[in-house]
Design a protein around this ligand. Structure first.
Ligand code: HEM
Length: 398
């Protein structure tokens, strides 16, 4: 029962990608795409890749030396001991208390954004799911939320570059990749650098100032490290949360009994969000590089090869998750890998969870009836991410 597969389907909102991942889990659990990356589909193997950080490195300069400068100080491209040190430093600035303290502000922002909706038919991405995470992150970092038209430009530039590289077959190994990344991130990095320099001189009560002053064992973050961390927080923290919120509304809309249940009992909102994270992981994959030859799922992978653990596939692996195709807001336990696992586990998970909970509560409160308008086409991010780019809804206010 060989299944011949030569291309990864698009994450276009349909079921094709899920059918493909199920076939790959059954027949090609570790699969090499042409002469490129090794894709990993089963939960146990994905978990192993994420856990064994000595064998599976995050340092992309291993396969493309041109990326050395860009990845230097970028927390998600580092291995221990550098990663450990940086992670301890940023964790000092980005604590559960910092995040918890944001709750009232997130709630009033969500209410304000929804108050501005006057039409019965509108786009929920424009109205809520895009602006809310961007404003929250700007305020957290301490940059003016009124600059958010700039952030939108930069975020879109990044997303466009991603789909462009996927379309043109440019990978992190391609020689032009480093230049491209530099072009796409330059304006945002310059902007963040200005704020960083200002906070060094005039610290305030914000994350950039905290990052500038955080100290572990007498060491502090360099200017470049602060800028790179702020940049990741912006990119990783806004788009993903937008996708999670969009997917939450789509899932609840497609499962009216779940929608009715969360409307009746708000205590079901957090487990419902966990189930959306499992069912529709905003990042479909993570990425690693083999640090030595390694055997995985019966396949020998040489050193310095790109390995792509599929978080979305692990989340749907019937070997680990009972009845994975079922959207079950009461699933317990729910060991999804949407925030990854191990030393690179998402630092922003508590914030993403808090924001999603508050935004959904506000949305359900404001609109006793809310439906996705299926007569309008919904566009999806096609590579690396899962979720709607626009979300037409029909709503009736109280
Ligand atoms: C790392 C997902 C929201 C900041 C990660 C990783 C995943 C992820 C899968 C790990 C990648 C890997 O293993 O290499 C998500 C999802 C989110 C979300 C699904 C929303 C639903 C956020 C937010 C922030 C954030 C709100 C910050 C405010 C980070 C950072 C890392 C990270 C800094 C790097 C951690 C490291 O490499 O040590 N995220 N994220 N994320 N995330 Fe998130």
């Amino acid at each position: 029962t060989e299944v011949m597969i030569d291309a990864v389907p698009l994450a276009d909102g349909g079921t094709e990608l899920f059918d493909w991942m199920a076939r790959m889990r059954d027949h090609h659990p570790v699969w090499r795409e042409g002469d490129g990356a090794y894709h990993v589909f089963r939960y146990v193997d994905v978990e192993r890749v994420l856990t064994d950080h000595a064998a599976f490195s995050n340092d992309i300069s291993r396969i493309n030396p041109e990326l050395a400068e860009i990845s230097q100080g970028n927390i998600n491209s580092m291995d221990p001991p550098g990663h450990t040190k940086l992670r301890r430093l940023v964790s000092k600035a980005f604590t559960p208390r910092t995040v918890g303290a944001l709750a009232p502000r997130i709630a009033s922002l969500a209410d304000e954004l929804l108050e501005e909706v006057t039409a019965q038919e509108f786009d929920l991405v424009d109205a809520l799911t895009f602006p809310l995470p961007v404003i929250v992150i700007s305020e957290l970092l301490g940059v003016p939320a009124s600059d958010r038209h700039l952030f939108r430009t930069w975020i879109n530039r990044m997303l466009n570059a991603q789909s462009m590289t996927a379309r043109e077959g440019i990978t992190s190994e391609s020689p032009e990749y480093a230049d491209l990344l530099e072009q796409v991130t330059k304006d945002m990095a310059d902007y963040l650098l200005q704020h960083c320099r200002d906070r060094r001189l005039h610290p305030r009560d914000d994350l950039i100032s905290a990052l500038c002053t955080a100290e572990v064992d007498g060491e502090r973050l360099s200017e470049d490290e602060v800028v790179k961390f702020a940049d990741i927080v912006f990119m990783a923290g806004s788009v993903t949360t937008t996708l999670l919120l969009g997917s939450s509304v789509l899932c609840l809309d497609a499962h009216p009994e779940a929608m009715a249940a969360v409307r009746r009992d708000a205590a079901l909102i957090p487990p419902a969000i966990e189930e959306v994270l499992r069912y529709r992981a905003p990042f479909t994959t993570a990425s690693r590089i083999t640090a030595a030859e390694v055997e995985l799922g019966g396949v020998t992978i040489p050193e310095n090869r790109v390995v792509t653990p599929w978080l979305m596939s692990a989340n749907h692996d019937e070997r680990r998750i009972a009845d994975p195709g079922r959207f079950d807001i009461r699933r317990d336990p729910n060991p999804h890998l949407a925030f990854s696992h191990g030393i690179h586990f998402c630092i922003g998970a508590p914030l993403a969870r808090l924001e999603a909970k508050i935004a959904l509560e506000a949305l359900l409160r404001r609109f006793p009836s809310l439906e996705v308008d299926r007569s309008v086409e919904i566009g999806y991010h096609e590579r690396g991410m899962w979720g709607p780019k626009n979300l037409p809804v029909i709503a009736r206010p109280n």
